[in-house]
Design a protein. Structure first.
Length: 370
């Protein structure tokens, strides 16, 4: 009985060992097969570093302001009798905005106009009598003075009436209404903001050493975050003759056409002044430039007998123009660099190039109209 049990145990161990050996060999074979099957190389697009000539530009920041902008207010006190505008409305110069109650002035005007008519009749009679020698010159002079005083009183009331009718001083766009019908307004109360929007001004500063390079009439390009992809063009209109003692900068004003009212006063803008100079640069697509704590770098493509590989190359980047960036050091003309797909790369790995779809590479991209 003991011998039989021993044989059964031995047989079981042999079977278990055989199964373990088979599985071990299968796992080893699978691991070897996976090791021999390398993952496909990452796919990238590439671009060539090109020698180009760029115009020289000066960069500045600006806050846009209207050519004319005021808070409309009343010169005389009164109760709002009529409101003749809507918030946000565009108005022409002279358009009526509000009317203050003028009933007292109109009543005064009626009485004064009657007095003026009577004074005019008296003057005409005095002139006729004077021609006949029936009255002294003093009476004629008194009648003329009375008529003139009556006319002046009428004109005064007309002036007071005009001040009760508040109108737009210039064409522009109104802001939010700040008064209500029937409200009593003290003199100088704020009624509504009025801003002229076309043209619009971009005031900016440049270092004083640029004075000799910047002249009125030079072209400027304006861009704002609120209008991505759009560039607005204008010209330098004036340069302040005095340098700011706070910043030591020149104050410069550019005039920018704004027929569609896409720009608004108070917007923060980026300004580029085009100078009549040129700069030879080595340019690549801005998408090819990557960043690290150690500096800017690109992946340089190398075609070897073993295949296509990439090498990390640190470079010194310069100014940007649209979709391009200038490389000041680290690349040579004609060098092929990875333009998209850098996130999956590391130094020395093979890659597959597919340039069917390339990133934008335009130094002056045009806006896409929606």
């Amino acid at each position: 009985m003991n011998k039989r049990a021993i044989l059964l145990v031995a047989a079981g161990l042999l079977i278990f060992g055989a199964i373990f050996a088979v599985k071990y060999l299968q796992v080893r074979a699978s691991m070897a097969a996976r090791a021999m099957t390398a993952p496909p190389p990452p796919t990238v697009s590439t671009a060539t570093a090109q020698r180009e000539t760029w115009s020289v530009q000066l960069h500045a920041v600006s806050t846009l302001r209207s050519a004319q902008g005021i808070v409309v207010s009343n010169e005389v006190a009164g109760v709002v009798a009529s409101i003749e505008f809507e918030s946000g409305q565009s108005v022409a110069a002279g358009a009526g905005l509000i009317v203050l109650d003028d009933s007292i002035e109109r009543a005064q005007l009626a009485g004064l106009e009657a007095s003026l008519r009577l004074a005019s009749i008296s003057l005409a009679r005095a002139e006729e009598l004077r021609t006949q020698g029936s009255n002294p010159q003093a009476e004629l002079d008194a009648a003329r003075a009375t008529r003139d005083q009556a006319a002046a009183a009428v004109n005064e009331v007309h002036a007071r009436l005009a001040k009760k009718h508040i109108a737009a001083a210039f064409a522009g766009r109104l802001g939010l209404r700040r008064v209500s019908l029937g409200e009593y307004l003290a003199a100088g109360s704020e009624i509504v903001q009025l801003e002229s929007l076309d043209p619009i001004y971009a005031d900016f500063g440049l270092p004083q050493q640029e004075l000799a390079r910047v002249k009125p009439g030079m072209d400027v390009a304006i861009s704002i975050d609120a209008r991505p992809g759009r560039t607005f063009h204008g010209t330098i209109e004036a340069i302040d003759p005095k340098v700011s003692t706070d910043t030591m900068n020149l104050r410069i004003r550019a005039r920018v056409a704004n027929p569609d009212h896409l720009l608004s006063p108070g917007m923060f803008a980026s300004v580029d002044v085009a100078l009549p100079e040129s700069l030879a640069v080595l340019s690549i697509p801005a998408t090819a430039l990557a960043h690290s704590p150690y500096g800017d770098y690109v992946y340089l493509v190398e075609h070897t007998s073993a295949g296509t590989v990439v090498q990390q190359r640190f470079v010194k980047a310069g100014p940007r123009r649209g979709d391009q960036v200038a490389i000041l050091d680290g690349l040579t003309e004609g060098a092929e660099v990875v333009s998209t797909g850098q996130m999956k790369l590391r130094n020395g790995i093979p890659v597959r190039i597919n340039n069917a779809v390339l990133p934008d590479n335009n130094p002056a991209p045009a806006p896409v109209e929606g």
